[in-house]
Design a protein around this ligand. Structure first.
Ligand SMILES: O=C(O)CCC(=O)C(=O)O
Length: 285
């Protein structure tokens, strides 16, 4: 049975409850094919320049083609800021977030699984009480178990420590299946891996990786993007890529008040702000 397309509100609720959801038809079949064609052209150019598209520390063999630095290309800059993707990102991470990375993994026939991991566990040590990272996964081909769909462990988005990963984790893996043109939203705490491609068809996915603003990005975009690209970005994209002059001021504007406004000297409530309100806001996350 084909699942009905969820409304954005339903999708947001599913991600909150279960850590993932599929939103179909964000791209048409033709659009997905165009993106895939451009991806192959970028992969070929990268190989020609001598850049690796196979990373032995990630994948067991060369049937996985990895493409990095997609944000150098206008088409991919449009995808990473697609309105539906951004709506989903904001519902998970809040109004302030960073684009950490945007990469592709084309799993060709014969590819095998990488290591089981959660993306949040790769950028911040446990415990993980909050969701501080997430992926918007773009399906450029149909994705199904036999062609190497990403495998995930239902409920693992609730794990807070590495020791909670059970010994039988492998048996718990289930595929994210979706049609070309869909996006899959995945909470960064979800434990997952790439599937083995035992079919005769490619499986092509893009991984838009977004994090809370206090987490350092996987790519230093200030260094990687050329001046022409940087000059073409909207103020919003500059902020999301962490290209502004200020970096991690955290919630300084929310939480810093003058001491006199936070705590009165005589033990009475301060007129501008109370110690109680100050404490409550400090623990509001
Ligand atoms: O390609 C996949 O299915 C998963 C890739 C992944 O999890 C990663 O590259 O971190």
């Amino acid at each position: 049975m084909v699942s009905p397309t969820p409304s954005i509100a339903e999708a947001q609720q599913r991600v909150k409850d279960e850590g993932w959801c599929v939103i179909p038809d964000i791209l048409s079949k033709d659009e997905a094919k165009n993106v895939l064609d451009e991806l192959w052209a970028i992969a070929a150019a990268a190989q020609k320049r001598g850049e690796d598209t196979f990373l032995p520390f990630l994948d067991p063999n060369e049937s996985n083609v990895r493409v990095f630095y997609l944000l150098e290309h206008a088409l991919f800059r449009n995808l990473i800021q697609h309105p539906t993707a951004i709506q989903m990102v904001k519902s998970v991470l809040g109004e302030n977030f960073l684009i950490s990375n945007f990469t592709a993994n084309i799993a060709r026939p014969g590819s095998k699984s990488m290591g089981l991991h959660s993306d949040q566990s790769l950028v911040s040590p446990d415990p993980w009480p909050y969701v501080n990272a997430m992926n918007v996964i773009w399906c450029l081909t149909d994705v199904y178990a036999a062609n190497g769909a990403t495998l995930f462990i239902p409920g693992s988005n609730k794990w807070e420590r590495r020791v909670e990963v059970p010994d039988n984790a492998r048996e718990l893996l289930r595929p994210f299946e979706a049609k070309a043109g869909s996006i899959i939203i995945m909470d960064g705490k979800m434990w997952h891996t790439s599937g083995a491609n035992v079919s005769s068809e490619d499986r092509a996915l893009l991984f838009g990786y977004y994090t809370a603003p206090h987490l350092r990005q996987q790519v230093n975009w200030t260094r990687k993007l050329n001046e022409e690209v940087k000059g073409s970005l909207s103020p919003e994209m500059e902020e999301w890529l962490g290209l502004g002059v200020t970096a991690n001021l955290g919630e300084a504007i929310l939480h810093l008040k003058y001491l006199d406004d936070q705590f009165a000297t005589n033990g009475e409530k301060s007129s501008a702000d109370t110690a109680a309100a100050f404490k409550a806001s400090s623990h509001s996350k």
